[in-house]
Design a protein around this ligand. Structure first.
Ligand code: UT7
Length: 360
C-alpha cells in the first residue's frame, strides 16, 4: 500500500529579519548575502515552536479535509523543540485536541522532514497508522548569535506540515535513501540543548550558540544530496529524466543549484523559496512543498523527489509518485497573533547575552 501526501501547510512568522536589518546588526551587506546564499529575508518567531507547528498543522488538516480527531499519529521533526518532555508532538496534540493520535518527536536536524516522512510513510504502509500528521518546525533564532555574521544571516524560523495516509498502490513513496556519518558531526553542533548543558546560573555564551564550519558543510551538502538522490532513484528504477519536481532542503541557493547541476536536473524542476525564509532546517522542505503545490507546480502522478542533509551529519532522499489530488479540499484561516514589538526588540536579549564574545 502506497503512502501519499494529502494535506500540506506552512507557518511563516509575521516578523521578518531582512538583509537590510542585518546590516544594522553585524558587518555584512545585502549583496554578499544574496550572492553567497540567495537569502533576502527570514521569518522570526515571537512565540514558540508549537505555535508555528499548530498553524501549519491546521492548514494541512484543512487541505486534507480532516479534523484533529481524525489523526492517529503526530510526528514532529525539530532540532529546536520548545520542550523535550512532554515532547513537542504531545504539546501539539493537546493544542489541536487530536485525542486519537499517538505522538512523538524526531531529530535528524535539517534532514528531519525526510527522516520523518520515511518513518511516517513506513508506518502508514505497514498499517500502524492511517492518518498521520508530520510537522517540521524550527525556532532557529534561539540558537543563533546575532553578533556573529558567519551564522546568523543564514537561518530563519518556520513550520511546515503534511498529512500522510494510504493511497493507491501505484502512488506514494517509491524509494528511500537515508544515511548518517557521526564522524563528521562536529561540523555542525549546538552543544547545550541536551544534558551537556550547564547547571551554572551563568550560562557560557560561547557554548550556547550554533557552531558550524560553513565551507566543510557546503561540500558535504552538495556531495551528500547528489549521491543520495542517485541512490534513491536507482532503488525506484528511475533516472533523473523521470523526475518532475525536486523539493530540496533550503540551506543555500548555491548548494541547491550545484547539486541540481551535478544531477543534471533542470533548474525549472527545482523548488527554491529560500529568499523569503532562509534556512529553516526541518521546516524547509514542507514549507517549499506547500509553496510548490499552491503555485500549481505539482500535478497528480508527478514523480517528486525530496532531498536533505543536515547536522549529525545526516542525509536522506525520498522518491514519491504524487497521488490523485494536488489541490486543497478546504482552507484554514489559522495564523499567528501579531507581535507587539519589532524584530530588533525580539533580538535585543540575544545581542545582550552574546555581547561579551565580541569587541563591537
Ligand atoms: O543546513 C545546513 C546548515 N549549514 C549550511 O547550509 C551552510 C553551508 N555553507 C554555506 O552556505 C557557505 O559556506 C556560507 C554561506 C556559510 C559562506 O559562504 P562562502 O562562500 O563559503 O564564504 P567563506 O566562508 O569562504 O567566507 C568568505 C568571506 C570571509 O572573509 P575573508 O576571510 O575572505 O576576509 C568571511 O569572513 O566572507 C566573510 N563573511 C561575510 N562577509 C559578509 C562571512 N560571513 C559574512 C557575512 N557578510 N555575513
Amino acid at each position: 500500500m502506497g503512502a501519499i501526501i494529502t494535506g500540506w501547510g506552512k507557518c511563516r512568522p509575521p516578523l521578518s529579519l531582512t538583509n537590510a536589518d542585518l546590516e544594522q546588526l553585524v558587518d555584512t551587506d545585502d549583496a554578499w548575502i544574496r550572492e553567497r546564499t540567495g537569502i533576502e529575508s527570514r521569518g522570526m518567531c515571537h512565540l514558540e515552536t508549537t505555535d508555528m507547528a499548530e498553524v501549519a498543522a491546521r492548514h494541512a488538516m484543512a487541505a486534507a479535509g480532516y479534523s484533529p480527531e481524525d489523526l492517529d499519529l503526530i510526528v514532529v521533526a525539530s532540532v529546536t523543540p520548545e520542550i523535550t518532555c512532554p515532547s513537542n508532538a504531545c504539546v501539539l496534540q493537546e493544542r489541536l485536541g487530536a485525542v486519537n493520535a499517538a505522538a512523538f518527536d524526531l531529530n535528524a536536524a535539517c534532514s528531519g522532514f525526510v527522516y520523518g516522512l520515511a518513518t511516517v510513510s513506513s508506518m502508514v504502509s505497514a498499517g500502524v497508522a492511517k492518518r498521520a500528521l508530520l510537522v517540521g518546525v524550527e525556532k532557529l533564532h534561539f540558537v543563533m548569535d546575532y553578533r556573529d555574521r558567519n551564522t546568523c544571516v543564514l537561518f530563519g524560523d518556520g513550520a511546515g506540515a503534511v498529512i500522510v495516509e494510504p493511497g493507491a498502490d501505484d502512488a506514494g513513496v517509491l524509494a528511500v535513501d537515508l544515511g548518517a556519518d557521526g564522524v563528521i558531526g562536529s561540523t555542525m553542533v549546538f552543544e547545550t540543548l541536551g544534558t551537556r548543558g550547564e547547571l551554572s546560573r551563568e550560562r557560557d555564551p560561547a557554548r550556547n550558540r550554533l557552531h558550524f564550519e560553513g565551507q566543510a558543510v557546503f561540500k558535504i551538502a552538495v556531495k551528500g544530496m547528489t549521491e543520495s538522490v542517485r541512490r534513491a532513484l536507482e532503488r525506484a528504477g528511475l533516472s533523473t529524466s523521470d523526475v518532475d519536481v525536486v523539493v530540496p532542503h533550503q540551506a543555500n541557493e548555491r548548494i541547491i543549484r550545484a547539486a541540481s547541476a551535478r544531477l543534471g536536473v533542470d533548474d525549472a524542476k527545482v523548488v527554491v523559496n529560500i529568499a523569503q525564509h532562509g534556512n529553516t532546517s526541518a521546516a524547509s522542505i514542507p514549507m517549499a512543498l506547500t509553496d510548490a503545490l499552491d503555485e500549481g507546480r505539482i500535478t497528480p502522478g508527478d514523480t517528486v523527489v525530496f532531498t536533505a542533509f543536515g547536522g549529525g551529519v545526516t542525509w536522506g532522499s525520498i522518491v514519491m509518485r504524487w497521488g490523485n489530488r494536488a489541490h486543497r479540499i478546504d482552507s484554514s484561516d489559522a495564523t499567528l497573533p501579531a507581535p507587539t514589538g519589532n524584530v530588533f526588540d525580539l533580538l535585543a536579549p540575544n545581542r545582550a547575552f552574546f555581547a561579551e564574545l565580541h569587541d563591537d
